[in-house]
Design a protein around this ligand. Structure first.
Ligand code: PPS
Length: 273
């Protein structure tokens, strides 16, 4: 985080009653969030955020395939994205619920609204529990999550440590944005009956992308032609996304962190690293 961003963030959180806050993280209601782009005021009042029946949420623990799934949903929902028309980035079509600029007004967005979030189950807006809006929870094996997280923190963002063992200890203690991987996934899984939720595994998407896209279309009630499904699958591959500025987050990283370090958001995209 640049010094400007850091002092801006400090100014934002300065007078709030945070449980634990440092240069990189803010802990709110038992969960750590990254300071960059964090909209604390919105997050503190999230319980009241009005949910529409046709809202769709991608929910993940960080580094579990969030950006991949943003691309898949954009390709499913937006014909112009599928056809490569225009240059709106996936995160603009499917913004993060907790990380966004203060000018954005979610209430003004047309339906169906699509959101991304890393929040634990107990922080969701209460309207999500009426089981109408849809939730897609993507999960990934924790070793790969940790490796991905380490490289992301070290290469692309300001981070607490550049040392793998130190990072592993932070990860295992849950002192990273998202807190403990196990708590996140356990919380969502154990409370699945409260939500209209579909679980999908990163590794399953790797093994059978087309099958995963079809499962998700079924859950969302979206009927795409064979040709459109082909177009979704083709553009959601790692190789394709890496070269697609709408999907690879390279621009966003520059904008958020103000730095161009070596490395890309789409790093390896492999299983069992
Ligand atoms: N299309 C595709 N196929 C396979 N893997 C992909 C794809 N797109 C993104 N990725 C990989 O997902 C990892 C980033 O996870 P997230 O998007 O959840 O990160 S974040 O939480 O939003 O910061 C990160 O994993 P690693 O490569 O292991 O670091 C990305 O490369």
């Amino acid at each position: 985080m640049s010094e400007v961003q850091s002092s801006f963030q400090q100014a934002l959180i300065g007078n709030r009653n945070m449980e634990d806050t440092n240069k990189f993280l803010t802990k709110l209601k038992g969960c750590y969030f990254a300071n960059t782009q964090l909209n604390l005021e919105f997050l503190e009042n999230l319980d009241d955020f009005e949910i529409r029946d046709d809202d769709v949420f991608i929910i993940t623990y960080p580094k579990s395939g969030t950006v991949w799934f943003q691309q898949i949903l954009c390709l499913i929902y937006f014909e112009e994205h599928r056809k490569g028309i225009g240059n709106l980035e996936t995160v603009e079509r499917i913004p993060f619920l907790e990380y966004f600029s203060r000018e954005v007004d979610f209430a003004e967005r047309p339906s169906p609204r699509l959101f991304t979030t890393h929040i634990p189950y107990y922080l969701v807006p209460r309207g999500l529990k009426n089981k109408k809006a849809k939730v897609i929870y993507i999960y990934r094996n924790p070793k790969d999550v940790m490796c991905s997280y380490f490289h992301f923190s070290k290469k692309l963002t300001a981070s607490a440590t550049d040392n793998f063992v130190e990072f592993m200890n932070l990860f295992l203690e849950g002192e990273v944005a998202g807190s403990l991987w196990f708590d996140h996934i356990k919380g969502w899984y154990e409370h699945k009956n409260l939500f209209n939720i579909h679980f999908l595994m990163y590794e399953e998407m790797k093994k059978d992308l087309r099958g995963s896209v079809l499962k998700i279309c079924k859950f969302l009630g979206k009927e795409l032609s064979e040709e459109d499904v082909d177009a979704v699958v083709r553009q959601a591959t790692f190789e394709n996304m890496k070269n697609d500025p709408r999907a690879n987050y390279d621009n966003k990283l520059k904008a958020y962190f103000g730095i161009q370090k070596k490395g890309h958001f789409l790093r390896k995209g492999d299983v069992e690293q």
